[in-house]
Each structure stands twice: as C-alpha cells, then as structure tokens.
Write a protein that binds this ligand. Sequence first.
Ligand SMILES: *Cc1c(COP(=O)(O)O)cnc(C)c1O
Length: 505
Amino acid sequence: MRFAEAPDEVLARLATLRERDAPTHGGHVLSYVYDSGVPALDEVAAAAIRLMQPVNGLDPTTFGSVAALERDLVAFTRDLLGGGQAGDGEAVGTVTSGGTESCLLAVKTARDAWLAARGLAPGAARPRLVAPTTAHAAFHKAAHYFGLELDLVPVRPDGAVAAEAVAGRLGTDGDGGPDDVALVVVSAPSYPHAALDPVADVAAAAAAQGVPVHVDACIGGMALPFWPDLPDWDLRVPGVTSLSVDLHKYGYAPKGVSVLLHRGRDRQRGQYFATTRWPGYPVVNPTMLGSRSGGPLAAAWAITQVLGRDGLATLADRSRQATEALRDAVGQIEGLRVVGHPTGPLLAVASDDAAGAERRVDPHVWADAVTAHGWVLQAQPSHRQPDGTVLPHTTHLTVTPVTASVLDELVPALVAAADEVRGTPRPAPDAALGRLAATGAPPTPPSSQTAATLLAGLGLDTSRIGDDGPGVGPMAPLLAAVEALPAPTAERLLVELLARLVEPR
Ligand SMILES: *Cc1c(COP(=O)(O)O)cnc(C)c1O
C-alpha cells in the first residue's frame, strides 16, 4: 500500500492544529469542556475507545459488548437518579450520542405517545411542548424537527420558573381547556442560570392532568446527586416520566455520550424506530443514528466503573467548593452580581444595576477582559420573554473539579478584569446592523453574500477566523449585534459564519 502521506506526518499536522485550540484541560475554558483533573480517567477513556474502535454500535446482537456496556451504564445512571424502584417506577433507558439527542428523543417519544393516545397520524395535529424560557435550546430544535408548538413560560428574575406558571399552561383545569400538551420540560438545573426548577410541584400538577414530564438533567445529572440539601428533583419524584443526563459533562467522558431514561417500558418503546419494509436488513434503532460508534459509550462505562459513586461524589464536591468560592468572589466584585441561586456547578454573572453607571461592570465587556488574562468565559445574550420581561445579558461559568485547583489564579484574573472595565458600557451594535435592526427583518432571508458582507461589517472576516487562535474575537460587540437584530436575521448571520468556516479554502 502506497500512502499519499506518511501517517506520522499526518498526525504531526493534526497535533499542530490541536495546539491552536482553546485548552481542553487545566480549567482555563469555563464551558464546553469538563476536566476532572484526574489524568488517569482520560487514559482509561482513551484505552476503552481504542478497544471499541472497530465495533458498530448499530447491532448489539452481533457486538454483545455494546449491549453489556449499555446495560451497565443505564443501571448506573438509573440507580443514581432514583429510577431503580422495582415495579411501575422502574426506569429503562438508552445511551445516546449526547444531550441534544436525548432531549430530541424525549420529545419525539412524548409526541408519538400523545398522537397514539388520540388515534392521530403524525402531522395530523401540533401538540404543545411546555417549557420555561430557560429550557435548553435542544427543545427548540426538538419542537422544530418534530412539529410541536413550543409554549415558553417566563421565568422569574432569579432564573427559576414558578410551578403555578407552568401549571397554568396545562389546560384541562376542569373548564374543558385544550388537552394538547404532549410534554412538560423542567431543568435540573437550567444551563443559562443554574436554576433548579420546581420539579415536584410541576410534576404533581402535570400528573393530575395526565401530562408527562421530562427532567433535563443533562448538565446536573451526574453532579446534583451529591449536592447537599436539595428537594427531590429526579425520577424519585412521582409524575416525572423521563430524564436526560449527559455522561460527557460531569461524567467526564469524551463527547458523544448521554443517557435518556424513561419510567416504564411501554413508554420507552415508543422511542424506537423499527421497519421491516425495505429489501435490506430489518432496522431497529433506539436512537436517531444508524451505525454508531461504541467509543464514547465504552469510555463513559470505563470511567463510571473506575470512579464508582464515591469517586463521582469526590469530584462533585470539588466542583461544588469551587463554584461556591467563585460565587462568593464574584459577589464581592463591585458592579457585578451572581444571578439567582445557582444549584449545581455553574453560575451566571450579570451587571449589578444597584451600582451607579460609573461603578457598573458589563458582563460581556468583563468576559472579553477576562479572556485577555487567559480565561475563557461564555457570553449569553439578554432575552425578552413572552410576557415582555427581559432577562439581562450575562456571562456563564461552568465549573469543573479542576477549577478548584486553579482558583488562586482565576479569582485574581476575574477581579483584575473587572477593575479594568468598571464603568465601561457595552459597545453599541455596529451602525449598519443597527440600521438593519431598525428596519425589521428583511423581506426575504439575506443571501449568503449579503450575510457575509454584514458579518464583515461586524469585523468577522469568515475567511480568517481561527487563524489567530481560538474564538471569533471580542464577544461584547457580537452579542450586542445579535441582540439588536431580529432573531431570524441574527440566526441567518450566525449560520453564514459557521457554514463559511468549513467551506474549503
Ligand atoms: C448541554 C445541555 C444540553 C444539550 O446537550 P449537548 O450534549 O450539548 O447536545 C441540554 N440540556 C442542558 C441543560 C445542557 O446543559
């Protein structure tokens, strides 16, 4: 076999590309990556992936290892998340490729159950998906893909939804309201503000109406079981019918592994897609993909076996202590405030409006200043809720076990960055984009060329992004523009940005 290029040289090029990435380890990136701080876990994960590399997870009858690992992982998460009671309460589950796929499948399963209960064909009706505005965007995607009406419930300024506000959307209150809710979603906790939604009260109200409830514990599911003094929020709560938990977050596995648990076999069977109506092999897929990697499954399995519950608890404690230290430290910074009562290893930081304009710190200007100190935080735009109230723009920090070991560098950087930008307002959106925003959404979606021109006006030259290191540059002006634009226009520009990024150069 003659190679086009020697494997070593190809790998050397890959290594060079990887060097330019944001660091995945060491706690300098406070989103996207979940560093346990325990190198042995990365080693065992890599070795497990290597062993699983040639396997096709499509067929667990041919590759029995896939079934064995999946059984173990479902058992581990089910027991951790209160789904282990025998009988009606017992949960069954599936390993998926990530949180988004778990959320998509929870919604698809609920939609299909809703249609089946009414003898309706898919497309014959558009049931509602009721969720707080803070529910993960994966549920917007699910509603879009599967034809549900997304009914968003405003949250309070602290980021948590009031149970009565959700209950108020459930319709059949005896007055013959519509019984068109296929699923209610609550978060444990929410990604934007780490708010733990009132799972038990929502589930009680929903159960009284016969409406199923999904708990999105994608980010919290492997950590909250070890948080002290929480009300029940998982499958222990009657009325909770499904729950998602990501192993590639606080399970410290490489990306590509999550678990979706359902209470009751019959409910879960609706998640599957099966067909014998083609000339090929009978297709039976529990998830969206056909052929799939067994690698992330094996890695997550190996890590959970090595850590056990106690190991996970130790790591969760480290994240919790670091989160509390950061909450207190940010709370001390004049001009900033932590939003609400973060429950779990994450938090959101907003501007402290009680401070005068001179003393206020804008969270996005601050995040850009923190980046200059070598730490990457995540900017979140402000959000106008359906009732007109506005959730302010914030900066998000996801805290991992390794964060505990770098607090003495991180906290001074957060403080110094705030000192540098105190009193500096966030930038006004670019004038051209401001004009576009003022005229409302363009009649037709902008062409790729128009979108690229607008992006260039924002300082985003799509042919050069990434050449000078990770990121697209300062986040404050970009987020200000995103907020100023009508959502469809902003979304179209971001599509253009990401699409051009992978066009062959
Ligand atoms: C991360 C996350 C998701 C989506 O998960 P992906 O793994 O990124 O697809 C869903 N819900 C919550 C609360 C999350 O934090």
